[in-house]
Design a protein around this ligand. Structure first.
Ligand code: MLZ
Length: 265
């Protein structure tokens, strides 16, 4: 369980190193999240990135916002950091000479968009400009190396941030492997992706870091009594692709267990 996952012990037991924070396009001190549920803002439509739409904050998690595009359904929520360049205060689009667009899958007739927009913004609580933080610069060059540990967003379940390992590096691309999940959630991304974080990020933001898939729970005390994990254990922790996840509390089939109350994407 989340509270029992301890990076220090885990790094020791897996004899691995955390990727240094300079590797990431994240601020050293996570930005403060001042947003409140219900506030509206402008956001790039993740499914149609040329469109800027109206979004409502429907959840707050660490330095991220759970967003839903106004006029869209509740099946396409997405998460953005408060210092993401994908979000901006209401009015920004117009100031730049742009037009707010209906989201992909706008639930009403397209002709009703102008009126819908007017009604949506009328009396809405708009997130103040000071809540939006400046996106950190790209670190150059790619300093991530195979084997380094990090925290990464599970793109199939983007509300989750999980312990991960750099599985491969090819130029600016890094292969993110999720510890204990046999490759099902792994992905390639740019080293400057906003979806990857240094070890300790969740601890700083108050986000719940998911435990590794096989639920190896190594607490300080067990680390003391057991100076070195068995070959098998260590191997399983180092090679997530080879492990059989035992998501005990999450039940059901290995690798497909659903946390209660959440749907997998
Ligand atoms: N609902 C998902 C959660 C798995 C999360 C894995 N993260 C790397 C499942 O059990 O399939």
């Amino acid at each position: 369980q989340t509270e029992h996952f301890n990076w220090d012990s885990y790094l020791r037991e897996t004899e691995s190193l955390a990727a240094p924070s300079q590797c990431f396009r994240q601020s050293k001190i996570p930005p403060t999240n001042e947003f409140k549920i219900g506030m509206k803002l402008e956001a790039r439509d993740p499914r149609n990135v040329t469109s800027v739409c109206i979004a409502t904050v429907i959840g707050i998690t660490g330095a991220r916002l759970r967003l839903r595009l106004d006029g869209s359904d509740n099946k396409n929520d997405f998460w953005r950091l408060v210092d993401s360049s994908d979000i901006q205060p209401i009015g920004t689009c117009e100031k730049k000479g742009g037009m707010l667009q209906p989201p992909l899958g706008f639930q009403m007739n397209a002709s009703s968009w102008p009126m819908f927009l007017l009604r949506t913004l009328n009396g809405a609580e708009m997130a103040p400009a000071t809540f939006f933080k400046k996106e950190p610069p790209k670190p150059a060059p790619n300093l991530l190396k195979i084997g380094m540990k990090l925290e990464a967003i599970d793109k199939k379940n983007p509300y989750l941030i999980c312990p991960a390992t750099v599985g491969d590096v090819k130029g600016d691309e890094v292969f993110i492997t999720f510890d204990g999940w046999r490759g099902a959630f792994d992905y390639w991304c740019k080293y400057d992706s906003r979806d990857i974080f240094p070890v300790g990020w969740c601890g700083l933001t108050g986000d719940a870091l998911q435990p590794p898939g096989n639920n190896v729970s190594i607490t300080k005390s067990s680390a003391k009594t057991q100076s070195s994990p068995s070959k098998v254990t260590r191997r399983s922790m180092q090679s997530p692709q080879k492990t059989v996840p035992i998501p005990a509390q999450r039940g059901k089939k290995p690798g497909r267990a659903k946390p209660p109350g959440q749907t997998s994407v």
